[in-house]
Design a protein around this ligand. Structure first.
Ligand code: ADP
Ligand code: MG
Length: 245
């Protein structure tokens, strides 16, 4: 197996810190008697290069957890560090920059821009971040994903499976500290589901990418290295399926 060099600038802590560290994170909605505690003092520590699935029943806090970890929503208490950088309390501009440069997203609906080619879609995060394209890294990803001959196609000219691969390639192109995937297989048939999971797995195994995926499907979660199950805003179980944490 080849391991491509990660193209991102080294972080100040360079390997010493986990990819993600959350301590005592609490998120409530509403006030008074109607207060809902979506996250209740959650501690979480995710190693670099691990594939983690987050499971739990509807309303258990999965989406809230993903959103606060990715800096899309704020916590009421606790701290979150991504790649050794504390994001809780960061200003909007710094947070936007961190999200663009250090975080990748794979959405359930994949959200490719219809008027851009596959290549333009993949390169969009670099364009937004004003970062130079690392051509070798781009070619490594697109070859690994088998989409080199589809790069000038529009999303409407791609199969469902190819659309997902482009979306995952787009999430990897900045060599982010963490890729967050929110129910990435929620709308897919079983064959395409397997394919998406294969490519997330490949991102971890071949490229050392850290991936955190929310899913309510046990089969999908079992492709990860670790399954964290939430219940009522707390971690109800934490299972290590493969060697890494
Ligand atoms: P899951 O993704 O596991 O279904 P969520 O994180 O969406 O769970 O929700 C956790 C809890 O927080 C639920 O009780 C939900 O109703 C509540 N909640 C989520 N978002 C909001 C919101 N914007 N306003 C009020 N309550 C919310
Ligand atoms: Mg949800």
């Amino acid at each position: 197996m080849t391991t491509a060099p990660l193209a991102a600038a080294p972080s100040p802590t360079d390997g010493a810190s986990p990819a993600l560290l959350a301590l005592g994170i609490t998120r409530t909605y509403g006030t008074g008697a109607g207060t809902v505690t979506a996250l209740d003092a959650v501690d979480l520590d995710i190693a670099r290069g691990a594939f983690t699935a987050i499971m739990g029943p509807s309303g258990s806090g999965k989406s809230t957890l993903l959103h606060v970890l990715a800096g899309l929503d704020e916590v009421d208490a606790g701290t979150i560090e991504i790649d050794g950088t504390e994001i809780t309390g960061m200003g909007d501009d710094a947070l936007t920059r961190l999200r663009r440069e250090r975080i990748g997203f794979v959405f359930q609906s994949f959200n490719l821009l219809p008027m851009l080619s596959a290549e333009q879609n993949i390169l969009l995060p670099l364009e937004l971040a004003g970062t130079r394209v690392d051509r070798a890294w781009f070619e490594t990803i697109t070859e690994a994903f088998g989409i080199t001959d589809r790069l000038d196609h529009l999303p409407s000219q791609l199969s469902g499976g190819q659309v997902q691969r482009v979306a995952i390639a787009r999430a990897l192109v900045t060599s982010p500290a963490v890729v967050f995937a929110d129910e990435p297989t929620g709308n897919l048939d079983s064959r395409t589901t397997e394919e998406v999971l294969d490519f997330l797995r490949l991102s971890v195994d071949e490229f050392g990418q850290t991936v955190v995926m929310v899913t309510h499907e046990r089969d999908a979660a079992e492709r990860a290295d670790r399954i964290i199950t939430l219940a009522d805003g707390r971690i109800a179980s934490d299972e290590l399926l493969r060697g890494k944490r």
